[in-house]
Write a protein that binds this ligand. Structure first.
Ligand SMILES: *[C@@H]1O[C@H](CO)[C@@H](O)[C@H](O)[C@H]1NC(C)=O
Ligand SMILES: *[C@@H]1O[C@H](CO)[C@@H](O)[C@H](O)[C@H]1NC(C)=O
Ligand SMILES: *[C@@H]1O[C@H](CO)[C@@H](O)[C@H](O)[C@H]1NC(C)=O
Ligand SMILES: *[C@@H]1O[C@H](CO)[C@@H](O)[C@H](O)[C@H]1NC(C)=O
Ligand SMILES: *[C@@H]1O[C@H](CO)[C@@H](O)[C@H](O)[C@H]1NC(C)=O
Ligand SMILES: *[C@@H]1O[C@H](CO)[C@@H](O)[C@H](O)[C@H]1NC(C)=O
Ligand SMILES: *[C@@H]1O[C@H](CO)[C@@H](O)[C@H](O)[C@H]1NC(C)=O
Ligand SMILES: *[C@@H]1O[C@H](CO)[C@@H](O)[C@H](O)[C@H]1NC(C)=O
Length: 480
């Protein structure tokens, strides 16, 4: 406060709990599903929030003056979170909202949070549409790297290796739509490239020949779908001699890279050796994991909490996932921002002020640095994994992308020939889109999943608007 007089400083000292040492109660509502089939279920994330709470109340991060009151609400069905927020806010609005993670739920809550000026932090809401922070999502801070950040990895690779076109191949479940939103990030960021799409419906048999045909016009194939389907497609592509540099193949698996990593081609069937050869041409993009000493204690505690809760149903239970880590760091980020805002004379009720202090800043998170960009979205670090031993069929990290400085770093295990196209494609004009996949399916996705309520209507309008944008974008590059 450069211009503050001595009197003003004195008044602030008297009024400001940070300076006067009075504890400040922070009301936090947490929206997470009860269903443990989600990586971000309440039972998985709650121990991380409590861990952060303990650290903060013990005085780490200079916020010993805060008492956090965590109120958990389930958000299993689409509108639960939104309605719970409205109901409880009739009495008293919370100071901070954590979650929801899933896009359609988060959309409604984020709009309300912005309207009510309440800071909201989520380790989800990863879709490109949430990037518009000027109005409807002005209070939303995303503590996990959103899909557009992931797409930067591809953008950097395309630039480095001079690839010119991509096919997005994704599994469409019409509910969560994680793969759709994942590849939407690529579509959104790389609009200057000719990009075609091929949605594959969940639960419908794969037409691999049709899929292989759809690769004709693209140099790079980027896939997001279940491990078994990736295998079928890689096998088919291999049989059509599209591997070994005729195309460059990627799969995206942010949470579960081991499903595509070592030995993932193996099913103990007669196709194993062929699949191993095919996977020699498959690269996987995943989150870069960093580990620092204090993470060990956190990780052990999370593991023992999960065991106490009886959650054994996941392969990667031992390792803390992006959501668990993210929500922990969300508490730290908020505490630092609030502390700073109060030092400058603002109250916790000024969400705009608190939120703005969470943006454009880097904090030391539980697993490493967490850097939030000027738009309130976390910068992401990603790894590219590739098969480095074709005999054993094992994968290693070959490149890392650092979002904070937008640098692609090639590791010693990197082999340039794996990323070099054997033949160039003349960029041929794309066939007219059958149904404008990324747009229309967004709409039907909402209708299929809709219990017609406020949250869904909000999401519906939000995606209808996006749909129009997609149509515009699609037509723009088709004409070009
Ligand atoms: C939990 O979610 C999974 C996958 O979405 C679903 O199959 C299952 O029925 C759900 N369980 C409950 C108890 O709702
Ligand atoms: C805590 O306060 C000290 C001294 O004021 C400062 O140097 C340090 O950066 C603060 N730490 C955090 C996490 O805010
Ligand atoms: C793709 O190429 C194959 C072989 O060159 C051809 O048979 C097929 O018709 C092509 N498919 C499309 C959709 O262009
Ligand atoms: C991770 O992989 C395991 C084994 O294939 C699977 O059961 C699980 O559902 C996957 N988790 C996610 C989040 O994809
Ligand atoms: C983690 O650290 C805390 C305090 O430093 C300690 O009480 C706890 O036992 C540790 N947990 C594990 C699993 O090592
Ligand atoms: C919140 O802080 C901003 C400055 O960041 C100020 O312009 C605004 O008036 C404050 N709002 C309230 C409700 O105090
Ligand atoms: C972000 O922070 C840096 C210094 O930490 C500052 O120079 C820059 O102006 C800030 N950018 C915005 C958009 O606020
Ligand atoms: C970019 O950031 C990463 C992680 O902070 C660092 O390891 C790397 O050296 C940086 N690269 C450049 C070129 O600054």
């Amino acid at each position: 406060m450069p211009s503050c007089t001595r009197l003003c400083a004195l008044l602030l000292t008297l009024l400001d709990p940070v300076l006067s040492g009075r504890a400040e109660d922070i009301d936090v509502v947490v929206f997470l599903p009860q269903n443990n089939s989600f990586l971000f279920s309440s039972a998985r994330v709650a121990p991380a929030l409590r861990y952060a709470q303990r650290r903060l109340e013990a005085g780490e991060g200079n916020s010993s003056v805060f008492h956090f009151h965590l109120h958990f609400h389930s958000s299993d069905s689409p509108n639960e979170a939104l309605f719970a927020l409205v109901d409880r806010s009739c009495a008293r609005k919370p100071d901070l909202i954590l979650g929801p993670v899933r896009e359609y739920e988060a959309a409604g809550v984020a709009r309300l949070a912005s309207h009510w000026n309440i800071p909201m932090i989520s380790a989800g809401a990863l879709a490109a549409g949430f990037g518009d922070k000027n109005s409807e999502f002005s209070q939303l801070t995303r503590i996990a790297p959103q899909y557009v950040k992931m797409a930067e990895t591809f953008s950097a690779l395309f630039e480095r290796f001079g690839w010119r076109s991509a096919l997005l191949l994704y599994e469409e479940d019409k509910q969560e739509r994680n793969c759709y939103f994942t590849l939407e990030g690529v579509y959104h960021l790389m609009s200057e490239y000719p990009i075609s799409q091929f949605p594959v419906l969940e639960g419908v048999p794969l037409h691999v020949d049709e899929i292989v045909d759809s690769m004709n016009d693209s140099e790079v194939v980027i896939m997001c779908m279940g491990a078994d389907r990736i295998r079928s497609i890689m096998l088919a592509a291999h049989r059509h001699q599209l591997t070994r540099g005729r195309k460059i193949f990627f799969s995206i698996e942010l949470f579960n890279a081991s499903t595509y990593g070592d030995g993932s081609w193996r099913r103990n069937d007669e196709h194993d050796s062929e699949a191993k050869q095919a996977y020699a041409s498959l690269n996987t993009v995943t989150l870069l994991r960093t580990v620092k000493p204090e993470f060990e204690n956190f990780s052990l505690e999370m593991k023992s909490s999960a065991e106490k809760e009886g959650i054994y149903d996941c392969k990667d239970c031992g390792s803390v996932n992006m959501f668990v880590e993210g929500f922990h760091d969300a508490m730290l980020l908020y505490a630092i921002a609030l502390h700073e805002a109060m030092k400058h004379g603002y109250s916790k009720k000024n969400g705009t002020e608190v939120t703005s202090r969470m943006w454009n800043r880097t904090i030391e998170g539980i697993a490493g640095q967490v850097s939030i960009d000027t738009n309130g979205d976390r910068n992401g670090d990603f790894s590219v994994m590739a098969m480095t031993d074709v005999e054993a069929g094992t994968f290693e990290m070959v490149a890392n992308y650092f979002g904070v400085n937008r640098t692609l770093e090639l590791l010693p295990s990197f082999r340039a020939e794996r990323f070099t196209l054997k033949e160039r494609h003349e960029a041929s004009p794309l066939p007219p889109e059958k149904s404008c996949g990324l747009g229309v399916s967004a709409l039907t996705g909402v209708i299929v999943g809709a219990v017609l309520g406020a949250g869904m209507l909000i999401a519906f309008n939000f995606f209808r608007k996006k749909l129009q944008d997609y149509h515009l974008a699609a037509h723009a590059w088709q004409r070009a």
